[in-house]
Ligand binder design. Structure first.
Ligand code: AMP
Length: 368
């Protein structure tokens, strides 16, 4: 058996770049499989640090800390997609990093990401790069109005994006970006938003969870539902898109592909909005609504354990507890079919993800 096909033994150390709630849930899933984790976080109060035995708090640019971290780990992964790709490449020179750092280079820049998706023959909204005043008019001619102006890099949860309805709005939005390179996207008048959480193993096998339907407010995910309210044929198309992307990236681990469902002349169309090269908020329902969670599936993929064919327990809903929503945690804790997940974050701030609740109607419970 060669080294690549051998699974890491229990007790091996998984390095996680990023100390947020996704890292926290990865640590918990890894512990169940007998692995240890080492979290590398630039922030001292990262909520993953509360549940992990080994930790490094240092900037992503600290080469000494990176070398020491890599030396302690058998494999390294990310819970945060904006880790500088240089950091990931430095680590990869010491210890395997999965998914490969090249994935970050494709997905960290919205323009590269959309070019890549199109290169696979997959549809997106119309888009154009904007890096100067003089490009606004031409970009607008490509996308039409309304449109969405987004910074090419470092955007998440609606940060660095503005909806524009008129040419004047666009000029104003562009000025507010302070010269950051941007992408202008046509506004998708979507029927609904969906995502596919897919896992790709080291052997190239891809397994997808059931397609999830997502409801955003002010660009932040509020709720996810499974099954998505789409036909089985459209769900199969969505899974095929995710598989094509995972193969195209030669990906190892869990990734999420977010898509818009729009109304085409010959039936529904799927437009890829974004790829998240990590476990994803719209997959949190899998913690209680499937026989394997996205977190466990990711740990399995990067350690070389076999992936599990997911079975959904029944219709499920995930509700994010954002900012002051967390004050209702006590009430959620008394609900019979609700599972509460709190991230241990101290300060409540608007837009801050504090926890989530999964409500699963298990097939056997529903018939009681
Ligand atoms: P993103 O950061 O690109 O994932 O955007 C967050 C959310 O903003 C999406 O899930 C949509 O609800 C909305 N959004 C982003 N881009 C567009 C677009 N081009 N057209 C319509 N809505 C969008």
């Amino acid at each position: 058996m060669n080294r690549a096909s051998r699974a890491l033994p229990p007790g091996a150390v998984i390095g996680i770049l990023g100390g947020g709630q996704l890292g926290r849930m990865l640590v918990l899933a890894a512990a169940r499989l007998g692995y240890q984790c080492h979290v590398y976080s630039p922030e001292r109060d990262g909520c993953a640090l509360q549940v992990v035995g080994r930790q490094t708090v240092a900037p992503y640019s600290d080469r000494t800390a990176l070398r020491r971290f890599a030396g302690d780990c058998d494999v390294i992964t990310y819970e945060f997609e904006n880790v500088p790709s240089d950091t990931a490449r430095t680590l990869a020179s010491y210890t395997p990093v999965l998914p490969d750092p090249s994935v970050l280079e494709t997905t960290q820049d919205r323009l590269n990401e959309k070019d890549f998706v199109r290169s696979l023959g997959i549809k997106t909204v119309p888009f154009a790069a904007v890096s100067a005043d003089t490009e606004l008019e031409g970009a607008c001619a490509v996308t039409g109005l309304p449109a969405v102006l987004k910074t090419r890099r470092f955007g998440y949860d609606g940060k660095g994006q503005k909806i524009v309805k008129t040419a004047r709005d666009l000029t104003r939005a562009w000025r507010s970006m302070n010269g950051a390179p941007c992408i202008l996207e046509g506004f998708a008048g979507f029927e609904r938003e969906i995502s596919v959480i897919a896992a790709r193993g080291r052997d190239g096998r891809v397994i997808c969870f059931d397609v999830t339907e997502n409801i955003h407010r002010t660009h932040i995910l509020r709720q996810s539902m499974v099954p998505a309210r789409i036909s089985p044929a459209l769900a199969a198309r969505a899974r095929k898109i995710a598989r094509t992307i995972a193969d195209g990236l030669n990906y190892v681990g869990v990734l999420a592909v977010e898509m818009f469902v729009t109304c085409g002349a010959r039936g529904p169309l799927l437009l890829v909005n974004e790829i998240a090269p990590r476990v994803h908020n719209s997959g949190h329902w899998t913690l209680d609504g499937a026989n394997v969670s996205q977190f466990e599936q990711h740990i399995r993929a990067i350690t070389g354990l076999p992936l599990v064919e997911p079975v959904t327990a029944g219709p499920a809903r995930m509700v994010n507890l954002i900012g002051a929503d967390v004050r209702a945690a006590g009430a959620w804790a008394t609900q019979r079919h609700a599972s509460l997940h709190l991230y241990g974050k101290k300060g409540i701030r608007p837009g801050r993800k504090m926890g989530h609740v999964n409500i699963v109607q298990r097939a056997h419970a529903a018939s009681r």
